[in-house]
Design a protein around this ligand. Structure first.
Ligand code: SAH
Length: 266
């Protein structure tokens, strides 16, 4: 194919067959699955998924890739391509009466927009069964990080509140053309059907986590001054002199639920 990879679309095409097989093997696609690929590109993963399921939907932003992709996959099954921006795409609309199964999302995502895509998908997690993504290794490490580490932050807490995060394996730059400057990792996310920690008000929780890590060098008392009073810290048995990175997910949930309760009663 003569397509020249476009940097602005984060195009790094997978060519390593061993890596492609490992990816497909981790996903274990079956004919019953409702599979959606984000950014199929030149079809490296697309073809294998189609062979396994016979049917696939894909969202690709780059118009130049649509026709070659459709041609290349024509023999393998039914591929429906949406020429759209995954950041704005309404994934839940794909769950229809005719295809009621929850979605299984797959993608070697453009690394420059990986965090906004993850947050966009979290908002739609009710219609998602699982997600398998190739991302920059450092992003996967942040997604899975726990309290006390420097890389633990908003992404870790928000994802882990709603999904099980399972890093699967690392991939070096040589598996892609052009080779990216960073290492990559493949990760599985499974949205909880009933979250182990119940969050009373998702918007308030998100606001607290964002604000706490937005000024991560400050104490919680200072960064959360407008949201959490000393009484709430005391009721939650959390020391307000700590910094955000010391707080577990459960403690963030506790703080936010107590703040919510206080608002309800005033
Ligand atoms: N899956 C292919 C391509 C990965 S490169 C492979 O593994 O080889 C990332 C792909 O995402 C490219 O095809 C790029 O055009 C596409 N892309 C970039 N930004 C996008 C967006 N906002 N929405 C949908 N697709 C996008």
């Amino acid at each position: 194919m003569t397509h020249k990879a476009k940097k602005r679309f984060g195009q790094n095409f997978l060519h390593d067959q061993g890596v492609i097989s490992r990816i497909v093997h981790s996903i274990r696609p079956t004919a019953e699955d409702h599979l959606i690929e984000i950014g199929p590109g030149q079809g490296a993963i697309t073809r294998e998924l189609l062979k396994a399921t016979g049917r696939l939907e894909a969202i690709e932003l780059d118009r130049d890739l649509l026709r070659p992709l459709a041609q290349m996959c024509a023999e393998l099954g039914s591929l429906q391509i949406y020429n759209a921006d995954a950041l704005k795409f309404d994934f839940c609309q794909l769950q229809t009466e005719e295809r009621p199964a929850q979605l299984r999302l797959v993608g070697n995502l453009p690394y420059n927009i990986s965090t906004p895509i993850l947050f966009h998908l979290l908002e739609q997690s009710r219609c998602i069964k699982d997600m398998h993504f190739m991302l920059q290794k450092e992003v996967v490490e942040r997604m899975a990080a726990g309290p006390g580490s420097k890389i633990y932050g908003r992404l870790s807490v928000m994802l882990q509140a709603l999904c099980k995060v399972e890093p699967l394996f690392d991939i070096g730059p040589g598996a892609f053309t052009p080779a990216p400057k960073v290492d990559s990792a493949f990760v599985r996310l499974i949205p909880f059907s009933s979250p182990p920690l119940k969050i009373e008000d998702q918007a308030l929780f998100s606001q607290i986590v964002t604000q706490a890590f937005g000024q991560r060098r400050k104490t919680l008392r200072n960064s959360l001054r407008e949201l959490i009073s000393d009484e709430i810290f005391a009721a939650a048995e959390i020391d307000p002199a700590l910094r955000a990175e010391r707080l577990s997910l459960a403690e963030f949930v506790k703080l936010s639920n107590l703040a919510w309760k206080t608002r309800q009663s005033t």
